[in-house]
Design a binder for this molecule. Structure first.
Ligand SMILES: Cc1cc2nc3c(=O)[nH]c(=O)nc-3n(C[C@H](O)[C@H](O)[C@H](O)COP(=O)(O)OP(=O)(O)OC[C@H]3O[C@@H](n4cnc5c(N)ncnc54)[C@H](O)[C@@H]3O)c2cc1C
Length: 407
């Protein structure tokens, strides 16, 4: 019987083990943690955004790095295949805003349990607390792995799914990158991605915890626009976070030194003229009120003191005394709320790793190394990354499907 070792019991590792066992291989899964899928457990704030239900062609547009490499894997195991796969394993799924797919139960643990059960049904030998130290390669051919306890495990093929470097507490400590380098593979620069953004202005701190469901988000370097999107944004004690910010961060690193300004449109559904008319109507309704007491219908409570301060309109001024010029300043502030980026979040905060094993040296149709026969890679360890919305797990499922089917 062909023996396959899978190193790493995360999303990609469990999928690879299942697919390999379905092919009739004898599969051994080695996970260094005391349980499977520690990172999977915290995905989607514990709800696990398993994939995205968008049109398959749209998937490629959400991949930030090396989307062409994914043609074979995305078409071999599509997002619809992922949905069917989990529903057949007894995890009913639901679709939320932005086509994000979650378990109906809202529990990532259901996804992990389903994968674990399926491995059990297929006879995968799952070993926990089993840390791999090195790969054993002879004459450009994989023959097994060396364990941290000194023992050797022999195999005909090895699939490495040890993940990236983000949230190292979940077990992703980059071991696989070192093994790949030792095997002669190029590993591209590794940087934290899908991270919160640090902001110079103190206003963010004052609005900490405030979440805006729909914000226009534009990032500029000088006058050049480097990113524009609309979506959910959260103010934090050091800056901004939330889906639209995380996605921006995937493109931001290379512009940091040049200086990035973020412009928020706090009222994206209205033009400046419509917003001005709306403010005039509000002022007419509150004709004898002071400016500081006139914005409750327009803005969240936490934001009002900041807007008042930045508008430079006296808070005590009666609204019927506010000039057109002052109103124009207020409208501009709400449509062009500017913030200065000072930095990006670190590995402890990063959703994913940008960079990884160079895909040029991997066969995109099988995930096999072009340098070492019988050695396969899948998941976040590869130089692939995508935006938030379930796309990164889809990369894990699809690449692991191919590795498992072919190893
Ligand atoms: C907070 C957070 C939320 C996220 N939410 C989402 C989401 O909702 N949707 C989405 O699509 N993506 C999400 N992601 C990204 C997603 O979790 C990853 O893309 C995905 O987990 C990568 O899977 P993987 O199997 O390649 O790596 P991992 O899931 O990191 O698994 C790697 C495994 O290998 C094991 N391992 C490492 N070294 C060794 C060794 N030497 N010996 C044995 N085992 C080893 C590790 O312990 C770990 O279990 C999120 C990430 C984070 C951090």
């Amino acid at each position: 019987m062909h023996k396959v070792i899978v190193v790493g019991g995360g999303a990609a590792g469990m999928m690879a083990a299942i697919q390999s066992a379905k092919k009739g291989n004898q599969v051994l899964l080695l996970e260094k943690n005391e349980r499977l899928g520690k990172k999977l457990f915290i995905t989607g704030k514990g709800r696990c955004n398993v994939t995205n239900g968008c049109d398959i062609e749209e998937l490629f547009g959400k991949v930030v790095t090396n989307h062409r490499f994914l043609y074979s894997s995305f078409y071999s195991f599509t997002n619809q295949d992922a949905i069917d796969f989990f529903e057949e394993l007894g995890v009913p799924l639901k679709r939320e805003r932005g086509d994000r797919i979650f378990p109906v139960s809202d529990h990532s643990s259901d996804v992990i349990r389903a994968l674990d059960r399926e491995m059990d049904r297929l006879g995968v030998d799952v070993r926990l607390n089993a840390e791999v130290k090195n790969l054993i390669i002879e004459d450009n051919c994989i023959i097994g792995v060396k364990m941290a306890n000194g023992k050797t495990e022999k195999a005909d093929s090895v699939i490495v799914t040890t993940g990236g470097l983000s949230y190292p507490s979940t077990g992703s400590t980059g071991d696989g990158f070192r093994w790949a380098k030792d095997a002669g593979h190029k590993v591209t620069e590794l940087t934290p991605s899908l991270v919160p953004v640090h902001i110079k202005e103190e206003w963010c701190k004052q609005m900490m915890g405030l979440s805006l469901r729909n914000t226009g988000f534009k990032a500029l370097v000088g006058k050049k626009k480097i990113y524009e999107e609309q979506g959910e944004l959260l103010f934090t004690h050091f800056g901004i976070s939330g889906p639209v910010v995380l996605s921006f961060s995937a493109y931001a690193n290379k512009y940091l030194e040049k200086g990035i300004t973020v412009i928020l449109d706090l009222k994206p559904a209205m033009s400046k003229e419509q917003l001005d008319a709306r403010i005039l109507r509000d002022f007419a309704d509150k004709i004898n009120k002071q400016f500081k007491n006139s914005l409750d219908d327009l803005l969240p409570k936490k934001m009002i003191p900041i807007i008042i301060e930045r508008s430079a309109i006296s808070p005590e001024k009666k609204v019927n005394e506010i000039t057109k010029e002052e109103r124009t300043r207020l409208v501009t502030l709400l449509k062009e709320f500017d913030l200065t980026v000072t930095g990006l979040g670190n590995w402890r905060e990063a959703i994913i790793t940008k960079g990884g094993i160079a895909v040029k040296e991997i066969d995109p149709g099988t995930m096999e190394s072009k340098l070492v026969s019988g050695l396969y890679f899948a998941g976040e360890i590869l130089d692939l990354d995508a935006l938030t919305g379930g796309y990164n797990l889809q990369i894990a499922w699809s690449t692991a499907y191919l590795a498992g089917q072919n190893a």
